[in-house]
Ligand binder design. Structure first.
Ligand code: NI
Length: 153
Protein backbone atom coordinates (compact mmCIF):
# COMPACT_ATOMS: atom_id res chain seq x y z
CA UNK A 1 0.00 0.00 0.00
CA UNK A 2 1.37 3.38 -0.98
CA UNK A 3 0.38 6.71 0.40
CA UNK A 4 -0.08 9.47 -2.13
CA UNK A 5 0.73 13.08 -1.57
CA UNK A 6 0.90 16.09 -3.83
CA UNK A 7 3.84 18.46 -3.85
CA UNK A 8 3.74 21.95 -5.36
CA UNK A 9 6.96 23.38 -6.75
CA UNK A 10 7.75 26.38 -8.91
CA UNK A 11 8.13 25.62 -12.66
CA UNK A 12 11.91 26.20 -12.75
CA UNK A 13 12.48 23.72 -9.91
CA UNK A 14 10.17 21.17 -11.57
CA UNK A 15 12.16 21.54 -14.80
CA UNK A 16 15.47 21.08 -13.00
CA UNK A 17 14.07 18.03 -11.23
CA UNK A 18 12.85 16.48 -14.51
CA UNK A 19 16.32 17.04 -16.02
CA UNK A 20 17.84 15.38 -12.94
CA UNK A 21 15.47 12.41 -13.31
CA UNK A 22 16.48 12.00 -16.95
CA UNK A 23 20.21 12.19 -16.16
CA UNK A 24 19.92 9.66 -13.33
CA UNK A 25 17.76 7.32 -15.38
CA UNK A 26 14.73 7.19 -13.07
CA UNK A 27 11.62 5.88 -14.79
CA UNK A 28 9.34 8.39 -13.08
CA UNK A 29 9.13 11.22 -10.56
CA UNK A 30 7.82 9.00 -7.77
CA UNK A 31 10.83 6.69 -7.88
CA UNK A 32 13.18 9.69 -7.81
CA UNK A 33 11.31 11.32 -4.90
CA UNK A 34 11.34 8.05 -2.93
CA UNK A 35 15.12 7.79 -3.32
CA UNK A 36 15.63 11.40 -2.26
CA UNK A 37 13.47 10.89 0.83
CA UNK A 38 15.35 7.70 1.74
CA UNK A 39 18.64 9.50 1.24
CA UNK A 40 17.64 12.38 3.52
CA UNK A 41 16.35 10.02 6.24
CA UNK A 42 19.49 7.86 6.00
CA UNK A 43 21.71 10.92 6.33
CA UNK A 44 19.88 11.95 9.48
CA UNK A 45 19.94 8.44 11.00
CA UNK A 46 23.70 8.25 10.41
CA UNK A 47 24.37 11.70 11.87
CA UNK A 48 26.39 11.87 15.10
CA UNK A 49 23.27 13.18 16.91
CA UNK A 50 21.12 10.14 16.08
CA UNK A 51 23.98 7.61 15.88
CA UNK A 52 21.66 4.91 14.50
CA UNK A 53 22.61 1.32 13.77
CA UNK A 54 24.24 0.69 10.43
CA UNK A 55 26.11 -1.70 8.23
CA UNK A 56 29.36 -0.35 6.82
CA UNK A 57 31.35 -1.43 3.79
CA UNK A 58 34.94 -0.27 4.05
CA UNK A 59 37.36 -0.86 1.19
CA UNK A 60 40.99 0.05 0.66
CA UNK A 61 44.20 -0.98 -1.01
CA UNK A 62 47.67 -1.44 0.48
CA UNK A 63 51.11 -2.82 -0.19
CA UNK A 64 51.64 -5.86 1.99
CA UNK A 65 55.41 -5.24 1.95
CA UNK A 66 54.78 -1.99 3.84
CA UNK A 67 56.50 -2.38 7.18
CA UNK A 68 54.25 -3.74 9.92
CA UNK A 69 51.06 -2.66 8.11
CA UNK A 70 49.51 -6.09 7.61
CA UNK A 71 50.20 -6.99 11.24
CA UNK A 72 48.76 -3.73 12.56
CA UNK A 73 45.67 -4.07 10.40
CA UNK A 74 45.03 -7.53 11.79
CA UNK A 75 45.48 -6.18 15.32
CA UNK A 76 43.00 -3.37 14.64
CA UNK A 77 40.44 -5.85 13.31
CA UNK A 78 40.84 -8.09 16.35
CA UNK A 79 40.57 -5.14 18.72
CA UNK A 80 37.17 -4.39 17.16
CA UNK A 81 35.93 -7.94 16.56
CA UNK A 82 32.47 -6.82 17.69
CA UNK A 83 32.31 -4.37 14.75
CA UNK A 84 33.99 -6.31 11.94
CA UNK A 85 31.71 -9.02 10.60
CA UNK A 86 33.89 -10.29 7.80
CA UNK A 87 36.81 -9.30 5.58
CA UNK A 88 37.36 -10.15 1.95
CA UNK A 89 40.99 -10.09 0.86
CA UNK A 90 42.24 -10.01 -2.71
CA UNK A 91 45.94 -10.40 -3.63
CA UNK A 92 45.80 -7.98 -6.51
CA UNK A 93 49.34 -8.58 -7.78
CA UNK A 94 52.81 -9.26 -6.31
CA UNK A 95 52.63 -6.22 -4.05
CA UNK A 96 49.13 -4.88 -3.65
CA UNK A 97 46.21 -6.18 -1.64
CA UNK A 98 42.61 -5.00 -1.74
CA UNK A 99 40.37 -5.57 1.25
CA UNK A 100 36.67 -5.06 1.74
CA UNK A 101 35.47 -5.13 5.34
CA UNK A 102 31.84 -5.53 6.39
CA UNK A 103 31.07 -3.73 9.63
CA UNK A 104 28.00 -3.61 11.84
CA UNK A 105 27.53 -1.20 14.72
CA UNK A 106 26.44 2.30 15.59
CA UNK A 107 27.06 4.96 12.96
CA UNK A 108 29.70 6.61 15.12
CA UNK A 109 31.64 3.42 15.94
CA UNK A 110 31.67 2.30 12.30
CA UNK A 111 32.83 5.74 11.17
CA UNK A 112 35.57 5.90 13.82
CA UNK A 113 36.87 2.43 12.97
CA UNK A 114 36.94 3.22 9.24
CA UNK A 115 38.73 6.51 9.80
CA UNK A 116 41.39 4.88 11.97
CA UNK A 117 42.07 2.35 9.20
CA UNK A 118 41.96 4.83 6.30
CA UNK A 119 44.30 7.28 8.04
CA UNK A 120 47.01 4.63 8.46
CA UNK A 121 50.16 5.27 6.43
CA UNK A 122 50.21 2.97 3.39
CA UNK A 123 46.42 2.66 3.10
CA UNK A 124 45.22 3.96 -0.25
CA UNK A 125 41.81 4.67 -1.78
CA UNK A 126 40.03 4.13 1.53
CA UNK A 127 36.31 4.56 1.31
CA UNK A 128 33.39 3.83 3.62
CA UNK A 129 29.79 3.31 2.60
CA UNK A 130 27.24 3.19 5.42
CA UNK A 131 23.75 1.76 5.09
CA UNK A 132 21.37 2.66 7.93
CA UNK A 133 19.42 -0.13 9.59
CA UNK A 134 15.75 0.38 10.41
CA UNK A 135 16.02 -1.09 13.89
CA UNK A 136 18.46 -0.90 16.75
CA UNK A 137 21.20 -3.52 16.83
CA UNK A 138 20.42 -6.91 18.27
CA UNK A 139 22.84 -7.07 21.21
CA UNK A 140 23.27 -10.80 20.61
CA UNK A 141 23.64 -13.60 23.15
CA UNK A 142 26.87 -12.19 24.61
CA UNK A 143 25.06 -9.09 25.90
CA UNK A 144 22.18 -11.03 27.45
CA UNK A 145 22.54 -11.11 31.23
CA UNK A 146 23.80 -14.51 32.28
CA UNK A 147 21.49 -16.81 34.14
CA UNK A 148 21.87 -16.06 37.81
CA UNK A 149 22.98 -19.07 39.73
CA UNK A 150 22.27 -19.27 43.37
CA UNK A 151 25.19 -20.70 45.23
CA UNK A 152 24.74 -22.11 48.67
CA UNK A 153 27.31 -20.65 50.94
NI1 NI B 1 47.26 -9.91 -0.27
Amino acid sequence: MSERFTVSVEPALAQDFDDFIKRKGYSNRSEAVRDLIRGALAKERLSPEQDGACVGVLSYMYDHHERELSKRLTQTHHAHYNLTVTTLHMHLDHDMCVESVLLKGTARDVQAFAESVMARPGIRHGQLHRIPLEHALDPGPAATPAHQHHHES
